[in-house]
Design a protein around this ligand. Structure first.
Ligand code: S3P
Length: 440
């Protein structure tokens, strides 16, 4: 497994090109596959997770053509052409489907597979085979699907598709993956399918469905689709991934004399809670050229070194910044008062037990940390400066990237074990970081 040595840095400066948004890429590819006609998806994420979605679709008979295009910033970006097979055009795969490390692939594909006339098996890597799947098995079963899982409700899943029926469903845990799974199944169901949310989660599926011509009825806390609608292939550009941008935003905030520009970043309001929290902590962040593209808000982010106060993060906002909590936690020792994270028990069932992984690696760097069931309390600057350490990301991309950023601000160098796991969401992370890092 490749190790990466990260030396402390003076500052980060320049412009960052971000990979396409992971969440949006999955959805565009799946909808393009069941649409009529061809779709072109520009800036499709090169994240390993999004390639897992393409692999599943290919095994179901979908033709995907990948071409490099010249992006406006001069770098090559990925353009996909997906020949849609229509709502009932997927074909049974003789081999099982492999979602790799990707929870979104497995949970969203489960919704699609439940509505097919054939049986499928979907599995994933060791981490994904530990993650809870009852949250999608339960609603899909209520809609009429027959799903078999391993003991404890984990993958591999054997999904016998059938004629589904619509229903109203309120997930026990706020989850965009569960909501999206049910809505995708709803496309194949008889009648109307409604998902009611206690806390609003990212709405990329709703917005993407509209781009593909599906009528989506949205209430304040509910979203409904009717089965049998025809999806029309379309051309879409995937915005830059805000969850990836956050690592660079954090680097600029903690290193003195830093200034970064991040171009064409997705600014969907169901994803930007992290920017609000950082602003409340004292971060100097500006948004410019905000516009709409394919129903999504997109814009440029400017960020400068800032003195961060610290504080408590909990309650409803946690569901909206769950993927950014690893970076926020690794940032805590650089704040004045430290950061306390609560109501974030979901972190324990992500790609790793992120609460345990954060506590362990923060302590390795010399931080003062208290771990509790649903979060962490991390002391700020007064507890002393962090030192370089050997970081164990537990195969989790966001842990590897969060501590690579913290390592820029410590005394002495750090080693990130198994650093290539960053490719799950951001294959060019280390090269991009090197391109903006300044050292004496
Ligand atoms: C995602 C939803 C979130 C998030 C994940 C991506 C999505 O998961 O953590 O990285 O694309 O819908 P949950 O639905 O489990 O909260």
């Amino acid at each position: 497994m490749a190790k990466k040595i990260i030396a402390p840095a003076q500052s980060v400066n320049g412009t960052v090109a971000l990979p396409g948004d992971k969440s949006i890429s999955h959805r565009y590819a799946m909808l393009a596959a069941i649409a009529e006609g061809t779709s072109t998806l520009s800036n499709y994420a090169e994240a390993a997770d999004c390639q897992s979605t393409l692999d599943c679709l290919k095994r179901l008979g979908i033709h995907v053509e990948s071409v490099r295009e010249r992006a406006t910033n001069g770098s090559g970006a990925n353009l996909l052409r997906i020949a849609g097979a229509g709502l009932h055009g997927l074909r049974r795969s003789r081999r099982g489907l492999d979602a790799g490390n990707s929870g979104t692939t497995m949970r969203l594909m489960a919704g699609v597979l439940a509505g097919q006339e054939f049986e499928s098996t979907i599995t994933g890597d060791k981490s994904l085979r530990r993650r809870p799947m009852k949250r999608v098995i339960e609603p899909l079963s209520k809609m009429g699907a027959e799903i078999r899982a391993e003991e404890g409700g984990v993958a591999p899943l054997q999904i016998r598709g059938t004629q589904l029926h619509g229903m109203e469903y309120e997930p026990a845990t706020p989850s965009a993956q569960v909501k999206s799974c049910v809505l995708l199944a709803g496309l194949f169901a008889e009648g109307e399918t409604t998902v009611v949310e206690k806390i609003r989660t990212r709405d990329h599926t709703e917005l993407a469905l509209e781009q593909f011509g599906v009528e989506v009825e949205r209430g304040e806390r509910s979203v409904s689709v009717r089965g049998g609608a025809e999806l029309r292939g379309c051309n879409l550009q995937v915005p830059g991934d805000l969850s990836s941008a956050v690592f660079f935003i954090a680097a600029a905030l903690i290193l003195p004399d830093s200034s970064l520009a991040l171009r064409d970043v997705g600014l969907n309001p169901t994803r930007t809670a992290i920017l609000d929290v950082l602003a409340e902590l004292g971060a100097s962040i500006s948004l410019v050229s905000v516009h709409e593209s394919g129903g999504e808000l997109v814009g440029d982010i400017g960020v400068r070194s800032s003195s961060l106060e610290g504080g408590v993060i909990g309650g409803a906002q946690v569901a909206q910044l769950i993927d950014e909590l690893p970076m926020l936690a690794a940032l805590a020792p650089f704040t004045e008062k430290g950061i306390e994270i609560r109501d974030a028990g979901e972190l324990r069932v992500k790609e790793s037990d992120r609460i345990a992984a954060l506590a362990e690696n923060l302590r390795r760097m010399g931080a003062t940390v208290e771990e509790c069931e649903d979060g962490l309390r991390i002391a700020g600057k007064s507890a002393g400066r962090l030192h370089g350490a050997e970081i164990e990301p537990r195969g989790d991309h966001r842990i590897a990237m969060a501590f690579s950023i913290a390592a820029l601000g410590t005394e002495g160098q750090s080693t990130i074990r198994d650093a290539e796991c960053a490719a799950v969401s951001f294959p060019a992370f280390f090269d991009t970081l090197a391109s903006v890092t300044e050292r004496d």
